[in-house]
Ligand binder design. Structure first.
Ligand SMILES: Nc1ncnc2c1ncn2[C@@H]1O[C@H](COP(=O)(O)OP(=O)(O)OP(=O)(O)O)[C@@H](O)[C@H]1O
Ligand SMILES: [Mg+2]
Length: 491
């Protein structure tokens, strides 16, 4: 890609970018939220047309009209947000929009065979006729990769593929990548996790604010983390986990024997003002279900919840909000935001009563709150009326946090709060958590990132198959202990 520029109304997402990919290499695209990574790959796949610039595939200049044309050129991609149709099966998804026909009828057998071939290639144990809706995220991603590879891709683009995977699944993904690169496929890989880049990258290209910064060759296992961060954010970060210790105040939340059939069992704990309570465990241990039960999104069916010492009944999110509880959900796209609404409305969604009198909204107040949040969280947007769906992934997460900061939330549940967030913004989120704790709010943080869990929590509860398998106080924190408890063993 030569001198590629992409302009959206009010935003130059990419300004004169250079990028090249060699056969058999893993080329990482690195940059802060909103730097332009996803936009660049959408141009590679024909989802966007560049405003200016030239694209060559194997030396030939091409105009990529749309994703199907890109696939014909050997470019396959898995986007940051999945694009599978849940009520179709795997083979139907893989061949969506390019169904092979025999005598005018879709050749079902052919699609099943070819899909099986592609699934075998990525080493996925998934049936070609399984309904996508019945698959977990990791399997869905394997289907996406199989789909991207279906046309014998020479180029595979993966936009933050590991954000939704567990450690084990990531290892599996890396094996697939290794196998593909050995066969000469060039891989473009986007991730905010520098540890991963250390494992798989051959080269790294850094973008900042739509500008091309530099391409560096890296040796596996020997990346210079500080240098990459400096290229990315334009300065060095001296503390990746700026945790402040705050003396906890009185109890604000207590949960007694909370249960939900088949999901949660006998969950009891209490939470104090100013405390950051970490919740560890493996995917599927019930952490997100616990968060939803406390907030009222998926209420518990037994047990008691006390807020400020008073028993409350939380049967819906509005009851959760009325009790000053907020959740930044794991699935922010579906549950945390209204994609088709503007930034300002999303920010004020949980505090409408604060900025309105009766049915009348005070738009001046709404503007003021929104502006201060956009400033405070450094949300990258041309204006407050931008639709959420046009924001980069990381900036969407910041809007979710802004929504609860703008409201009177006292108990904030953060489910994987820094997933998909760049290193600089992560530090900003941690600083915000510190600020909230210092202001007497209480935070429950569900996290699969052990360094984050250990650095930012005052206390850690570990969950295993719907129960609390152990509690660790600060002097007991270690990755090993968390992992042992997560596996259901003794710490
Ligand atoms: N369809 C669109 N309309 C308007 N602006 C857009 C659109 N798509 C992207 N942008 C803007 O272009 C810039 C680059 O966004 P992009 O999604 O490429 O960032 P990114 O590097 O992938 O970030 P992240 O790490 O958060 O995913 C952002 O400022 C974003 O708001
Ligand atoms: Mg992106």
């Amino acid at each position: 890609m030569e001198n590629v520029t992409k302009k959206f109304p009010g935003v130059t997402a990419l300004d004169n970018i250079q990028f090249n990919l060699k056969a058999g290499e893993v080329h990482v695209l690195l940059g802060e939220n909103g730097a332009g990574k996803s936009t660049l790959i959408k141009i590679m796949t024909g989802a966007y047309t560049p405003t200016e610039g030239v694209i060559r595939v194997q030396g030939e200049e091409v105009k990529i009209d749309d994703p199907i044309h890109a696939q014909e050129l050997g470019v396959g991609a898995v986007y940051q947000e999945f694009n599978l149709v849940p009520f179709l099966d795997v083979a139907q998804n893989v061949f969506l929009g390019k169904e092979p026909r025999k005598n005018g009828v879709i050749d079902r057998q052919y699609t099943l065979d070819k899909t099986k071939e592609a699934l075998d290639m990525v080493g996925a144990d998934i049936k070609a006729d399984a309904l996508v809706d019945t698959l977990g995220v990791a399997s869905q991603q394997m289907v996406e990769i199989a789909k991207a590879l279906n046309s014998r891709s020479k180029i595979l683009i993966l936009d933050e593929p590991s954000a939704v995977l567990t450690e084990k699944e990531i290892e599996k993904l890396f094996k697939v990548i290794e196998r593909l690169t050995a066969e000469g496929v060039g891989v473009v890989y986007i991730s905010h996790r520098l540890e991963e880049i250390n494992v798989i990258a051959d080269r790294v290209t850094v973008l900042r604010d739509g500008q091309y910064i530099q391409t560096v060759e890296v040796e596996k296992g020997k990346i210079d983390k500080d240098e990459l961060v400096r290229l990315m954010v334009g300065r060095t970060l001296d503390d990746f986990f700026p945790k402040h210790d705050i003396e906890p105040g009185e109890e604000i939340l207590r949960v007694e024997n909370l249960g939900k059939k088949g999901v949660l069992e006998n969950i009891s704990f209490s939470l104090k003002k100013g405390e950051i309570l970490g919740i560890g465990g493996l995917v599927g241990a019930g952490r997100t279900e616990l968060a939803k039960a406390i907030f009222g999104a998926e209420p518990a069916d037994s047990g008691k919840i006390f807020v400020h010492g008073k028993e409350v009944s939380i049967q819906s999110p509005s009851a959760g909000i009325a009790n000053h509880i907020g959740v930044a959900p794991e699935d922010r796209k579906k549950e945390g935001l209204v994609q088709i609404l503007e930034i300002d409305k999303n920010i004020n969604l949980a505090s409408m009563q604060k900025i309105s009198r009766g049915p009348v909204v005070n738009f001046n107040k709404m503007d003021k709150v929104s502006n201060s949040m956009v400033d405070k969280l450094k949300i990258k947007t041309p204006h407050l009326k931008q639709l959420i769906m046009n924001l980069s992934g990381g900036n969407q997460q910041k809007v979710v946090l802004a929504k609860w900061l703008a409201s009177d939330t006292e108990i904030l549940i953060l489910d994987e709060p820094t997933r998909g967030i760049d290193v600089g913004a992560k530090v900003e989120v941690y600083n915000l958590m510190n600020e909230l704790a210092a202001a007497g709010k209480a935070i429950i943080m569900v996290s699969s990132e052990l360094p984050e869990l250990i650095a930012m929590s005052d206390r850690i509860l570990v969950m295993h198959s719907g129960t609390i398998s152990g509690e660790l106080s600060k002097d007991e924190f270690s990755q090993e202990r968390v992992l042992k408890l997560a596996a259901g063993g003794e710490a």
